[in-house]
Design a protein around this ligand. Structure first.
Ligand code: DHB
Ligand code: MG
Length: 220
């Protein structure tokens, strides 16, 4: 199977399960036009994140790595009227594109995009109730550090998802050395092994972006 096959499969499955959505499609279009890399989650993955947030009744969501706000919109749509999503983005161009996309989707009242290094932003969050759901999709070398912060900030029983933990099966290929993205995932996995404060599994994903996976963690 090739990427074309998986793209066809995504499109086929999505045609039954996922409605066309102007806000989400415009968000991708605006992101591409602004020169952002097309490394957003797929529609099927975005909808998975949304359904998961809805399933656990998430009212407070944290996202690390906003990019153009595509996953942000999927997640924010899972929130009740009084729900809140904070998304951290280090790149000013990305943050501005995302804020516009979120505004156009009518979600500005629920979503704050905070410009800055996520570890600084999180260290300075004012005390508030813990998050129900945290999605980590930022720079991969910091995965372990982000996960440690997510553990601190998520409620007991809450969910943490980390994107891009399979990377076309490169993570386990020890011929691949000095790849900062693979090393970031390996570091994360090493730090989780034996950690009794989380219970985790990897969900492999395949689709129009190829083979990858989510790490799914529940805070114990
Ligand atoms: C890539 C994909 C991602 O989902 C991401 O968050 C970062 C990078 C990539 O394909 O390079
Ligand atoms: Mg990603």
């Amino acid at each position: 199977t090739t990427l074309a096959d998986w793209t066809r499969e995504d499109n086929y499955q999505n045609s039954f399960l996922i409605d066309h959505d102007d806000d989400l499609e415009n968000a991708l279009k605006a992101s591409t036009e602004a020169g952002l890399p097309e490394i957003n989650v797929t529609a099927a993955q975005g909808k998975f994140l949304q359904l998961l947030a809805r399933s656990i009744g998430a009212k407070k969501i944290l996202e690390l790595g906003t990019l153009g706000g595509y996953s942000t919109i999927w997640l924010a749509r899972a929130l009740p009227d009084d729900g809140q999503l904070i998304s951290c983005e280090v790149n000013e161009v990305n943050a501005n594109v995302a804020r516009k996309n979120i505004e156009r989707a009518g979600l500005s009242s629920k979503v704050s995009v905070i410009l800055g290094a996520a570890l600084d932003t999180l260290a300075n969050l004012k005390p508030e109730p813990p998050f129900d759901f945290i999605f980590i999709d930022a720079d991969k070398p910091n995965n372990g550090n982000y996960f440690a912060e997510a553990k601190r900030l998520v409620k007991k029983g809450g969910v943490i998802i980390v994107d891009n933990v399979v990377r076309n099966a490169r993570v386990s290929d020890m011929r691949i050395q000095n790849d900062v993205n693979c090393d970031g995932v390996r570091d994360l996995l090493k730090r989780i092994k034996g950690d009794k404060e989380v219970d985790c599994t990897t969900i492999g994903t395949v689709g129009e972006k190829g083979y990858d996976g989510f790490l799914y963690a529940v805070r114990v």
